[in-house]
Design a protein around this ligand. Sequence first.
Ligand SMILES: NC(=O)c1ccc[n+]([C@@H]2O[C@H](COP(=O)([O-])OP(=O)(O)OC[C@H]3O[C@@H](n4cnc5c(N)ncnc54)[C@H](OP(=O)(O)O)[C@@H]3O)[C@@H](O)[C@H]2O)c1
Length: 301
Amino acid sequence: MSTKHPKILLIGCDGQVGWELQRSLAVLADVTATSLCGSYGYALDLLDSDAINKAVAETEPDYIVNAAAHTAVDKAESEVELSKQLNAEAPAQLARLAAEHDAVFIHYSTDFVFDGQSERPYREEDPTAPLGVYGQTKLEGEQRILATEATAMVFRTSWVYGNHGHNFMKTMLRLFHEKDELKVVDDQIGAPTWSRMIAEVTAQVIGQLHSGVKHADELKGIYHLTSSGETSWYGFARQILELSGESCSLLPIATHKYPTPARRPAYSVLDNSKLSQMFRLSMPNWSSALKRCMEDERPTS
Ligand SMILES: NC(=O)c1ccc[n+]([C@@H]2O[C@H](COP(=O)([O-])OP(=O)(O)OC[C@H]3O[C@@H](n4cnc5c(N)ncnc54)[C@H](OP(=O)(O)O)[C@@H]3O)[C@@H](O)[C@H]2O)c1
């Protein structure tokens, strides 16, 4: 068991998950946080491979946690190279560096690696078949990370929301103010997952690894880290509306009535039992987590 405070290099601290990670990890580690333009933490652009080498060399971390990504699913269709650089090349470099520096690498991936045809929650080992560039490049990232010598854990999550950053919950809250009626897709099913829950689970995992309860070298692989339960975007919107106390008429619509550049899986619920059993964690239901998030604080930016 290590009594030393671990050193963590956190990348992407201005994103939804990265923002929450700053606060969840601060209680258990010395965190060096980076963001793209340095508005929070140090500046680190994942398109600059020399800067990545330098950041790792200077920090000498015990853990590298990468919450940065190209997450704009529709834009990715026309930004293939950028998406590949951020979602596959840079994570592979970070994993190689983690191996060289004997650090554990923690990375996030997505439910969009699946095609959405399953009739039960996806397990980690189920065949992948992404429908768009975002999912393809995130999948390539997973594969390239796991092909390195690094002790790497890849957490696939889904439908992320929270009070910091851009997400469906905040968009709905804004639109409830602006519109009397809203049409929301009702035939895509998934598990909305609060960014804070992702950060808290990550902190629990690192805490257990660092205290020696679990050994990182036995844990390399993919894990599903999502809320429990499932709903549609329409069901998610309904719950946000009820909790907000706003009034707006919500109408369920089919995906084909709301065309987007990227195709999305119709069903992308992830079976999260592997992670919860391995680390004895309970993954809250999406609906109770949403309530906690909306009670926690009102969105600011
Ligand atoms: N959002 C979802 O619904 C969702 C679902 C499933 C999985 N995930 C995965 O979960 C992880 C965290 O997602 P998130 O929702 O927290 O994403 P996010 O809010 O979009 O944050 C991503 C961060 O990456 C940063 N970034 C972009 N380009 C960069 C670059 N060149 N160098 C350094 N940083 C750069 C962004 O900075 P700027 O804001 O300054 O551009 C942003 O702070 C990602 O791996 C994502 O693929 C997300």
